[in-house]
Design a protein around this ligand. Structure first.
Ligand code: UT7
Length: 324
């Protein structure tokens, strides 16, 4: 049966490293609090890199490392909650930067918050399976730093900027199971407001603040359910067990979420690839950045099976079980 295989991965992060100590000079926090509550030690924050720049650099890194000609790409999906423009899409800008503007390429953005890369891979997989695309570039790219309230210690210490890219193509082995889900969240536990209604015809509206807001405790609870639910579903769909899985690459949100899942599901914590200490939570970019580093580490061999699992605003969640 035709499936799709991940044939390349790449990442890009801004040059500027911001440590926990740097943040303790901005808000009432400490290296000890951030490290012990989240596992984060530092994150990259953009000084001038845009979401499109990072998406381009991550894509180029994947193409160069795995010797892929960008001209062979016929589908570009960018997952982002911090695009440079509402229009054109980041994917269209990326298409132009990659020199693909006169090619037959479908390019669009998706927003599934921190589950964006998982949603994007699932969508690309379906296009490939149906023959609508041959080679797809899926990128999660964020400059969340511009959405943060830098006076709010409960959010500004958590997030970072970066991009992770993967390339998929048709193959007889690769994605074995995929699962995504979404739960409308009436309480907006994780939100970044967009432009307020403003026109001569609008009812009076108070301008909403444009920064990210998060109910950390509720999201923690949701994550504990969602990661388990997604892993259980892809294992069930594939007929495999956790013993068949070499690594789990989770959305890098909080080391305590990983420890909790490891304990509740009796999965050795070493099975989770975690790099949150270096980058913080980069939303849709985090799984791609982690996957790229894991592949670079030489620990994944042909035939190894991985689970990529994400959760985030929406509320959204999902997983991909893929053989390398
Ligand atoms: O991509 C998905 C996005 N989000 C997530 O995955 C977030 C999931 N949630 C979490 O990771 C955790 O809930 C947080 C890391 C956000 C917060 O950790 P927590 O253990 O749930 O802390 P808390 O919100 O219950 O706050 C405990 C205390 C509070 O003080 P009081 O009321 O006990 O005096 C907070 O005001 O810690 C305080 N606090 C801080 N203290 C120092 C909150 N943020 C900070 C901070 N530095 N940065």
């Amino acid at each position: 049966m035709i499936t799709s295989k991940i044939i390349a991965a790449g990442k890009a992060v801004p040059a500027k490293i911001v440590t926990n100590d740097d943040l303790s000079r901005l808000v009432d926090t400490s290296d000890e609090w951030i490290k012990s509550r989240t596992g984060i030690e530092e994150r990259r924050i953009s000084q001038n890199e845009t979401t499109t720049d990072l998406a381009y650099e991550a894509s180029k890194a994947a193409f160069d490392k795995y010797k892929i000609d960008p001209a062979t790409i016929d589908l570009i999906i960018v997952a982002t909650i911090s695009p440079d423009n509402f229009m054109p899409s980041t994917a269209s800008l990326l298409q132009e930067r990659l020199g693909l503007n006169n090619r037959h390429v479908m390019a669009f953005d998706i927003n599934a918050a921190c589950t964006g890369l998982v949603y994007g891979i699932q969508i690309a997989h379906k296009f490939i399976q149906t023959g609508s695309a041959k080679r797809a570039l899926v990128v999660g790219s964020e400059t969340l730093s511009r959405t943060l309230n830098w006076e709010d210690r409960s959010t500004c210490v958590i997030f970072g900027d970066g991009a992770g890219a993967v390339v998929l193509e048709a193959s007889d082995r690769g994605i074995i199971a995929d699962y995504t889900n979404s739960l409308g969240d009436p309480d907006l536990n994780l939100a970044i407001p967009a432009l307020p209604l403003k026109s001569p015809f609008a009812d009076e509206m108070t301008c909403s603040p444009s920064c990210m807001t998060m109910n950390g405790a509720e999201i923690f609870k949701f994550a504990s359910f969602a990661v388990k639910d997604a892993i259980v579903h892809v294992l069930e769909k594939s007929g495999l067990t956790m013993d068949d899985i070499k690594f789990i690459v989770p959305h890098q949100a909080n080391m305590r979420i990983v420890s909790k899942i490891s304990k509740v599901m009796h999965i050795p914590v070493e099975k989770f690839y975690v790099n949150i200490k270096n980058y913080g939570n980069t939303s849709s970019a985090s799984i791609g950045i982690a996957l790229d580093e894991l592949l670079d580490s030489g620990q994944v061999h042909p035939g190894d099976k991985l689970i990529l699992v994400g959760f985030g605003g929406g509320l959204t969640w999902g997983a991909i079980l893929v053989e390398f």
